[in-house]
Design a protein around this ligand. Structure first.
Ligand SMILES: [Zn+2]
Ligand SMILES: [Zn+2]
Length: 331
């Protein structure tokens, strides 16, 4: 069953539509309203949250929105994901599928909010079917836990507000490799990654649409899987971790860094994967120290000279037939 879709918004699309509307006569405006809108073949990736477990108000929890034609997908759902989705002018209920890379808190602590806000009947929700959730082994257990934890709210809202009962459930599917989603020309392929011996399973994703591609490393400790599965993608959204030199001997910092790739090693991965654009997300502070973005880029440049962007919340990448456009929320 196909549900009505919200139009794909975004800074550029908004500006373009305003320009077109100004030029239309009344009759052509009415005709345009009746015509089926052409399905865009742009692949649009928005970094909703680029942070880590630290509760940083400028970098929300790790989460990414992918818009491809009529499909809208979420890759991880860290803290604040529904706030950022709302800032984009989208309904949380319009998400067609949520994909999890692994189960660290910073990747799933917005998941319950996406689930519950999505089934609200007001303008922010609107989902009428179960939330589709796809992730590695353990995803079903999380889905069952969320359904149980929030059942009281669901039952109240079904009775009191007419929330569709179907929307208060999660359709969860576990998969760690191969094509895990294939709908309306959009395919999502999962592959196993390495995020540390104690942090298993963990996966990355590649999304293909209309000849364009984006890859998400998730959290990785090395290049395992990335070079093989994300070779030559248009956009590579990659995690990284570093710390000021004076903090490198602290046990907490050592442990965190052992689970995350360094900028120098990430640069080596980029050099071998050769994306059209490499983007850092999952960027944050360790302890009380602030990692300067210039240091991050400088360290990466020791091993990689290609296209590189340090991501920020709500930064948008629009991959069209003519190439890549980057729209910063700060522009
Ligand atoms: Zn992690
Ligand atoms: Zn993380």
């Amino acid at each position: 069953m196909t549900k009505p879709r919200m139009p794909i918004p975004g800074p550029k699309a908004t500006i373009r539509s305003l320009g077109i509307v100004a030029m239309l006569t009344l009759s052509s405006a009415l005709a345009a309203q009746e015509a089926e809108p052409a399905v865009s073949n742009e692949l649009i990736v928005t970094l909703l949250g680029t942070g880590t477990p630290g509760a940083d108000p400028s970098r929300y929890g790790y989460s990414n929105l992918v818009q491809a034609g009529e499909i809208t997908l979420l890759i991880d759902a860290g803290r604040g994901a529904p706030v950022r989705i709302n800032q984009m002018g989208l309904r949380v209920g319009s998400i067609d599928g949520v994909f999890l890379t692994h189960f660290h808190s910073d990747h799933i602590n917005g998941l319950g909010d996406v689930f519950m806000t999505g089934y609200l009947t007001g303008p922010i929700g609107g989902r009428e079917e179960p939330m589709r959730l796809i992730g590695p082994r353990g995803t079903v257990r999380i889905a069952e836990g969320l359904e149980t934890a929030y059942r009281v709210d669901a039952e109240i809202r079904i009775d009191d507000e007419g929330v569709p009962e179907d929307a208060t459930f999660i359709s969860a599917h576990e998969a760690q490799s191969g094509v895990v989603f294939d709908q309306d020309g959009v395919t999502v392929t999962a592959f196993e990654t390495h995020h540390g011996e104690a942090i298993k399973p963990s996966v990355g994703y590649r999304i293909d649409y209309a000849g364009k591609s984006v890859g998400f490393s998730g959290d990785v400790a090395n290049d395992a899987g990335i070079i093989e599965h994300l070779q030559g993608v248009d956009l590579l959204v990659h995690s990284v971790a570093t710390a000021p030199t004076e903090m490198l001997d602290l046990p907490f910092v050592k442990r965190v860094l052992s689970h995350h790739i360094s900028p120098q090693d990430a640069g080596r991965t980029f050099a071998q994967t050769q994306p059209n654009m490499a983007v850092y997300s999952h960027v944050g502070r360790l302890g009380d120290g602030e990692v300067r973005m210039t240091d991050l880029v400088e360290a990466t440049r020791q091993t990689y000279g290609g296209p590189l962007t340090v991501g920020e919340d709500l930064m948008q990448f629009r991959i069209g037939d003519d190439g890549l456009a980057i729209v910063s929320a700060r522009d």
